[in-house]
Design a protein around this ligand. Sequence first.
Ligand SMILES: [Zn+2]
Length: 95
Amino acid sequence: MAHVDSAHLLELALGNAAPGDDDAEALLHVGDCDRCRDELGMLIRLVTAARTATAVDLPIPPPEHIWLRITREVSRERGTPPPRDRPRPDAGPGS
Ligand SMILES: [Zn+2]
């Protein structure tokens, strides 16, 4: 099996992955592959950092598209606009 792609690893890190053959295969691969395990570990740390708002502690900024994806997901969970996204029209001042 080829390496698990970053988008799929990110879904796993976010806990969005639906149980199914694709995810079972991906997780099996991650268990056997240092490279994918490292990447998944990094993504889990990013997601955890985003959820706990300690992203400034990250030693290396994550790739922009990865970070946007995480901030959008975390913002959706919190019901707040993503920090680097346009504010929603209904987001009033002081929010
Ligand atoms: Zn791999």
